[in-house]
Design a protein around this ligand. Sequence first.
Ligand code: NI
Length: 181
Amino acid sequence: MILPIYTYGNPVLRKVAEPIGRDYPNLSELIQNMNDTMVHAEGVGLAAPQIGLSIRLFVIDLAPFKEDDSELSEFKVTMINPEIIEESEEMVAMDEGCLSIPGISESVSRPEKIKVKYLDENFEERVVELDGFRARVVQHEYDHLEGILFTDKINPLRRQLIKSKLTNITKKKVDCKYKIK
Ligand code: NI
């Protein structure tokens, strides 16, 4: 089922999300719905706060990169209660966008490599080391669980320049192919 995506200005995007347990109701259906919603909106990552749930869960699927990079495109994960346990000192800047901030793309600097511990959809604990685009997407989604958006991390001058666009998103004055809330 495709769900509406909560956009910039919605308070749920600013909350620190809560961890969940195995007993969370209809979890596999929720994960399926989040994947459907992400694919429909042509995104590569979606965090639960973006569909209005303040819980520590996100999905990532880099399949859209199949033509550019077949190895990258195999990265498909569900992360529950993730923790970033290591970050490289080396930082790298790259343009980012977000389904909750339609029409805006800005350069964001983030650690190049991370180590992350998480529970998969079967509540099995996993630890992975990631770099490049995988590390970037995980950090972007992880930030959603902390109530942080990529526009918080851009240079202040750029933020000033996109201020009116952000205000328009808050007022839902935005052209968007998917359903927003
Ligand atoms: Ni996002």
